[in-house]
Design a protein around this ligand. Structure first.
Ligand SMILES: Cc1ncc(C[n+]2csc(CCOP(=O)(O)OP(=O)(O)O)c2C)c(N)n1
Length: 257
């Protein structure tokens, strides 16, 4: 294509690169990686647990909650690597944990609602993914989103292999932590303790509750093998901050403008 012809359809200040696409993508990737590596670390509130200091603390099965990164590692191992499941992440911290930590070797295996990030999108959309595909669909869902709306009953009705993995931290944690990172006044972001295993069973799905990594791994293997609609209530550590520094910096920039 002629750059001059392309320019006719673009705003006057558009920059046009006339390049082989592979060559351009590689150069872009290198430039982005360079930026990421040289980017100065953003200072975080005292509350923040640095990943560098992070120690897997649940593998003896004694802790009451699971570190969200452990949850991602188990999803990676059991759902993605071993069972090739489709994965969807809800708005909220689930989006950050999943997008930051999960890796896929095939396209169209991972979905997130980036347009409006509407809570409930994949609590419901999960049934569509499970209906349309052979492999199980696993939704990584905040407890707030799960309580807002869901389609578990539909999956039960049609026996779709959909698994709701609820990141249960008894709070709208992205809002709670986001305010803390912005050094803003806290708001009430608490959600009453909810037993999502019971909730799932009440709707006719299988229901599991897990408090440590080993239990989660065993339950995921079983739930995927059974191919029943299932709700897995995962008690996670609500005090670890997800990787949302970039978002916070963008918001700070908007506030300051
Ligand atoms: C329908 C809707 N309402 C409100 C929001 C704003 N919002 C984004 S994340 C969030 C909290 C999500 O809480 P939860 O589902 O428990 O997930 P967590 O962040 O705790 O993992 C809220 C209220 C939204 N994105 N969509």
């Amino acid at each position: 294509m002629e750059p001059d012809k392309v320019r006719n359809n673009l705003p006057a200040n558009a920059i046009i690169f006339n390049s082989d696409i592979q060559c351009f993508s590689e150069a872009l990737l290198n430039a982005l990686l360079k930026q990421l590596i040289h980017k100065p670390a953003v200072p975080c509130p005292a509350l923040m647990v640095e990943f560098a200091d992070y120690v897997i603390k649940n593998n003896n099965g004694s802790a009451e909650t699971i570190h969200p990164v452990d949850v991602m590692n188990i999803i990676q191992k059991v759902a993605i690597n071993q069972n090739n499941c489709y994965i969807a992440a809800e708005a909220g911290n689930s989006f950050f944990w999943a997008s930051h930590h999960l890796k896929f070797s095939q396209p169209v295996r991972y979905r997130v609602g980036t347009a409006f990030s509407t809570m409930g999108h994949y609590v419901c959309g999960l049934v569509g993914i499970a209906a349309g595909n052979k492999e199980c669909a696993v939704g990584i869902i905040g407890d707030g989103a799960m309580l807002m709306v869901n389609e578990v009953s539909t999956a039960v009705h049609y026996r779709f292999p959909a698994i709701w993995l609820v990141m249960n931290d008894s709070s709208y944690n992205m809002c709670r932590q986001g305010l803390a990172m912005l050094n803003s006044e806290p708001l009430d972001c608490d959600i009453p303790d909810t037993d999502f295993a019971l909730f799932g069973r009440a709707l006719g799905a299988d229901g599991y509750q897990v408090n440590n990594s080993q239990q989660l791994q065993e339950v995921m293997v079983e739930a995927i093998k059974n191919r029943n609609p299932a709700v897995i209530d995962v008690k996670i550590d609500k005090n670890v901050f997800p990787p949302l520094n970039d978002r916070i910096e963008t918001i700070k920039g908007l506030i300051n403008d």
